[in-house]
Design a protein around this ligand. Structure first.
Ligand SMILES: [Zn+2]
Length: 311
């Protein structure tokens, strides 16, 4: 039998990125990305179907035969066992039976994974966490979420919600989060929060975290915003490090593009603040924008293997 291929998709708030990959996860057999429709759940579902069909159309008939399964990485609260997205606010999905609906349209089995869990799995296996059994991978973009890997395995939790570090409160009287709680870490240290804080000081409503990074060292307001965001991040991460004692922390997501400007002061603050926890190396993620799609493929291949072993 020829080796199987997986059609992997990373369903992001801005882009849908798809690749057809073999089990070695090397160069993709086919790849494509499309913009994600804004806040329209049905349009997003339709765009996912179009992307899958366009990817399948790029394959030779023999390759098409090798595609055994579609694996998606999706943000929000994901029930990966049932393939249902319980809540993905940015995509406009509530209790979306994604696996069942897409499987019916494509006539292929569909697996649904949590995007950050699988991106962390990819970093652990192929990226900045290679060879490390216990790690915390924190992805900072519009929001903040983490993958926890313990003894080589990603921890999803008995109720499938592990890793939501962005909604750990660091100030019970703090800013009101979209989730309804006060003081959530992502209200202070996400790329969105950093852009907003800079906008409040400069009067520019379109300010972004990239503006802050590029103004570091020349605009004292940018320095203040950046420093405050790193303080808050260190506060939240110290709680996670104290609980989990990872041997490496990986920082990924859009904000990790700041590289040493982010991780060097972050580690310095963690070391200065820690009284109990040992602070591990803090490193930048290595797979960049491909982490999500590689992770979706990896998790899907692992599920295929388990199915073969148990069959
Ligand atoms: Zn929150």
């Amino acid at each position: 039998m020829s080796s199987p291929l997986v059609l992997a998709l990373d369903v992001g708030g801005t882009n849908l990125r798809g690749e057809v990959l073999g089990s070695r996860l090397g160069a993709p057999v086919a790849s494509l990305s499309l913009p994600t429709p804004e806040h329209d759940g049905e349009a997003t579902f339709a765009a996912i179907e179009v992307l899958c069909r366009q990817l399948l159309d790029r394959l030779t008939p023999a390759q098409r035969e090798q595609v055994e399964v579609v694996g998606l990485g999706v943000p929000g609260i994901v029930d990966h066992v049932r393939g249902v997205v319980r809540l993905a606010g940015n995509l406009g999905w509530v209790n979306m039976p994604l696996a069942a609906r897409l499987s019916e349209r494509l006539d292929l089995p569909v697996l649904v994974h949590h995007d950050v869990t699988v991106a962390g799995l990819a970093e652990q296996t192929l990226g900045a966490g290679s060879g490390v059994e216990d790690l915390l991978a924190v992805f900072i973009g519009t929001g903040i979420a983490a993958t926890i890997v313990v003894a080589g395995k990603p921890v999803t939790g008995g109720l499938h919600q592990a890793g939501e570090i962005g909604h750990v409160s660091i100030d019970r009287d703090g800013l009101l989060c979209l989730c309804g709680q006060r003081g959530c870490l992502e209200m202070y240290s996400s790329a969105r929060a950093i852009g907003r804080a800079y906008g409040e000081l400069t009067g520019d409503p379109d300010a972004t975290s990239l503006d802050v990074v590029s103004a570091l060292g020349t605009d004292p307001r940018a320095d203040t915003v950046w420093s405050d965001a790193i303080d808050a991040l260190a506060h939240g991460l110290l709680a996670a490090i104290t609980l989990l004692s990872p041997s490496r922390v990986i920082i990924g997501g859009g904000l990790s593009g700041a590289g040493p400007l982010l991780v060097d002061p972050l580690r310095a603050r963690l070391v200065a603040n820690a009284r109990v926890a040992a602070i591990p190396p803090i490193v930048v993620a290595r797979l960049g924008q491909r982490a999500g799609v590689l992770g979706a493929a990896l998790a899907t291949f692992r599920a295929l293997e388990m199915e073969r072993v148990s069959a």
